[in-house]
Design a protein around this ligand. Sequence first.
Ligand code: G3H
Ligand code: 13P
Ligand code: ZN
Length: 341
Amino acid sequence: MLMSTKPMFDLAYSGGFGVGAFNVNNMEITQAVMEACHAERSPVILQISKGARAYANIRFLKKIIDACVEEYPEVPIAIHCDHGDTVELIQQCIDDGYTSVMLDGSHHPYEENVAITRAAVDVAHEAGVVVEGELGMLGGIEEDVVGLDAEEYHKNIEQFLTDPEQARDFADRTQIDSLAVAIGTSHGAFKFKHEATLAFDRIENIMKTCPGLPLVMHGSSSVPQDLVKIVNANGGKLPGAMGVPEDQIARAVRTYGVCKVNIDTDLRLAMTAKIREVFTADPAEFDPRKYLGPARDSICELVKRKLQMLNSAGKTDEVVAHWNKEGQPLPAFYSRAGAGV
Ligand code: G3H
Ligand code: 13P
Ligand code: ZN
């Protein structure tokens, strides 16, 4: 069932779970995520980056997602724009039928971030679409914005973390629906040189200055070492890849107001590890179904484990009931004749 993230976050905030936001780029990844959510009875956010829009052509990707909405009617699904960087892109996503968007102005000076995020909120709310903003700076690579490398980031981490007082001002002035915070995570497969600790004191303080505001954790792949080993043992080269320990993500969603957890890198690792394994076992294999099929199964197993870790497994009925009770309309896009699902 298609919906915005609002009913999911309402329940996640007080219910000690987080909704997995998985980046989708093609049919196999999308099917794998959805099959896992169906099996675990979990709500889900399917998120589409600017790169994914360009790679797949959004018209194709949107049709795949529309098919998922039909195929899995019991699963609450939100379609989200990941790291939108202009109001024009946000408008396109709204026109394409997304139910949620992110305007990431975190790399701009503060006042510019406020202004561009507010402009996105104005167009999105008008269309019934919710908005995620971002404050603070993550390490790694964000979309086209090249962030800081892991070492430099962690040496200077204090200055990059989200400031709780600024978060209050940002939320008030932009009227965002959720806030992506910098609390020590970063994008990609090389997040930490040593064992990582998230800044839980920061999350706690942001919850005090912004009570009830759903928080979002980007860069939350755990970079499973078994997958890294398979990649490296089968001709890959990811030495020293390391992610956010899963127990810390579990703590963030169960104990704090983290309602959305972004995962992309782990899907890529699961897919790549399996494809490399298939090719090592049979270098003569050239039927794409024989490597993309197992890769899809491998992503599905990974996502099932994530949904348990996020504590969102088994929550579909609760979310659907809340959505129906609130009687929340779908974004304007869906009331236009013949549009979408
Ligand atoms: O945060 C970025 C996501 O992992 C999307 O990556 O821009 O390569 O699609 P992408
Ligand atoms: P990872 O690189 O840790 O998977 O993070 C993905 C993300 O934050 C997408 O917005
Ligand atoms: Zn991100």
